[in-house]
Design a protein around this ligand. Structure first.
Ligand code: IPE
Ligand code: IPE
Ligand code: MG
Length: 244
């Protein structure tokens, strides 16, 4: 049976987060430069959005560049930023045609100016789209985000003379860059690595984790459906017993 036909449309995850990993290894297997892998990763992004659209998933978050990725060789970082600018520019119309609204999270101030301008423009141009929210994590690290939230909470509470005891997880969530979005139901990581690499540490407290050996440039629509089908087999207990 076609993998898509196995999917229960009453049990669709509302938010799927993806760690898009394995571009470098994919290129190396072909005797090419790592950049070739990044370039070929763009197609997998399109496939994922296509599949998410078909399932009417309202939120997709994609980890595109971590804070730690700044420590890669300058040539790779510069080319990645260039690729990002070009992709955003080339894909904005397609995003609008598909009703996709773009959001960006991360330490965006650290991005090259050209990249930031292009990003802001695409966010603005897509702001009225309402079929799917695409949240791109750029220069993102969960520890950075959490520390940032703590600083802002302290500032607001101390300056506003509000009691710190009132801070709870609902208030904390408001200070995260994902405050407008539900927590991910499903987290997918490609390339066979079994780690989180500083991604959404707060938000994935109860997400279902799915790891696949597929390298990101090979990840396609069917792989996405397979992950969703596997997610639907899981029993999410949220600390309760499985009896009700
Ligand atoms: C993921 O692929 C893309 C980014 C982190 C920007 P990698 O570049 O990490 O590829 P591998 O993990 O080295 O194969
Ligand atoms: C995680 O991949 C970051 C992104 C996919 C953007 P990495 O390749 O940077 O992670 P590590 O270094 O293997 O943990
Ligand atoms: Mg990697």
């Amino acid at each position: 049976m076609d993998i898509k036909e196995q999917i229960d449309h009453n049990l669709i995850p509302q938010h799927v987060a993806l760690i898009m990993d394995g571009n470098g290894r994919w290129a190396k297997q072909r005797g090419k430069d790592r950049i070739y892998g990044h370039e070929n990763g763009v197609k997998a992004v399109r496939e994922t959005l296509e599949a998410a659209g078909e399932l009417k998933i309202p939120y997709i978050t994609m980890y595109a560049f971590s804070t730690e990725n700044w420590n890669r060789p300058k040539k790779e970082v510069d080319t990645l930023m260039e690729l990002l600018v070009n992709t955003i520019r080339n894909e904005t119309k397609e995003l609008c045609d598909k009703g996709i609204r773009l959001h960006a999270i991360g330490n965006l101030k650290s991005l090259p100016e050209k990249c930031l301008l292009e990003l802001k423009e695409a966010v603005k141009l897509t702001e009225n789209n309402n079929k799917l929210n695409l949240i791109i994590a750029l220069s993102y690290s969960a520890r950075w985000e959490i520390v940032n939230a703590v600083k802002n909470i302290l500032n607001d509470f101390i300056n506003g003379n509000k009691p710190i005891e009132n801070v709870d997880d609902k208030i904390f969530k408001k200070y995260l860059s994902t405050s407008d979005f539900p927590d991910p139901d499903l987290l997918i990581r490609t390339s066979g690595e079994l780690r989180l690499s500083n991604f959404l540490l707060w938000q994935i407290a109860y997400s279902e984790l799915y790891f696949t050996p597929v390298l990101w440039p090979d990840f396609n629509r069917e792989h996405f459906f397979e992950a969703v089908a596997e997610y639907q087999k899981r029993e999410r207990r949220f600390g309760k017993t499985g009896d009700f």
